[in-house]
Design a protein around this ligand. Sequence first.
Ligand code: AMP
Length: 198
Amino acid sequence: MLIVGAPGAGKGTQGKVLGTVPRFFHCACGDVFRSLDTRTELGQQFVAYSSKGELVPDELTVDLWSVQIDNWIDTSRYKPDIDILVLDGIPRNVRQAEILEDHVVVHRVIHLTCPNREELARRMRKRSLKEGRYDDASDEVIAQRIETYEEETKPLIEFYDGKVADIDATKQPIEVLSDMIAELVNMDVYKDMANVIV
Ligand code: AMP
């Protein structure tokens, strides 16, 4: 399943909680990038793009993501035959969604909606202080991140037409989580997997 939403909508917060539940595995693409050694060529590229609020090029992103997923499979942290993969922050545009079709089957797209851009900016400013995220630090970068979302990521909602569940991300975090869980336990793939005893 995918979590799609503007920066600050709460994808990471909710994804992390779901990832603690047995049979769900959370992968945040931004975290994969942030774990890179910034002295490497790839790490430098990430810093260059993210510090401007822009997306890292698609091929580079999906290649890195797929190496990380293979690594988690090899070390049995993620077991694709029994775990539901919760992807947060990838795909970020239609091109990535097309490339990903060779890697994953998308059953459900959770769209965290927060039409209030000022609220998103407020959350990002708070996060930059709490988590030391330089890519959320300046108003200019925050504005660019929101614009990048509107222009590049939002078209995914149409791309995944029929699989999308809109969830109001302005509610209290616990209510957002509850709404997401209600959607997830309704997925056919979840019901099938719930019957498998491991
Ligand atoms: P996030 O933690 O998801 O907000 O991502 C932080 C930054 O990492 C973004 O602003 C991008 O520069 C980069 N990034 C994360 N995921 C992707 C992706 N799927 N495609 C391209 N760039 C990404």
